[in-house]
Design a protein around this ligand. Structure first.
Ligand SMILES: [Zn+2]
Length: 88
């Protein structure tokens, strides 16, 4: 469960039968949705996490690639980083 300072919240779920990378990508996708909504509500840029290849354009996509949960550019499909490793 994600809970914001104003007391609102949203549930986060995974499918028990999914692999760990699939579960990680599912959680990252839900966190992204919640963060984008929160940023928009705060009148801030709702592009999160921002694609480093296309600044001010689009957010990254959480997917499973070659057995790992990764952030990818949705334009080129390029893997940007393992989920949890952005900025490292
Ligand atoms: Zn991109």
């Amino acid at each position: 469960m994600l809970v914001w300072p104003d007391g609102s919240g949203v549930g986060v779920w995974v499918m028990r039968g999914d692999s760990s990378p699939e579960q990680m990508a599912t959680v990252a996708d839900q966190l992204q949705d919640a963060e984008v909504e929160a940023l928009a509500a705060a009148s801030r840029s709702a592009v999160w996490p921002e694609c480093p290849l296309h600044p001010n354009s689009h957010p990254l996509c959480a997917v499973v690639r070659d057995g790992a949960a990764v952030w990818t550019c949705k334009v080129t499909g390029e893997v940007i980083a393992l989920i949890g490793a952005l900025g490292h």
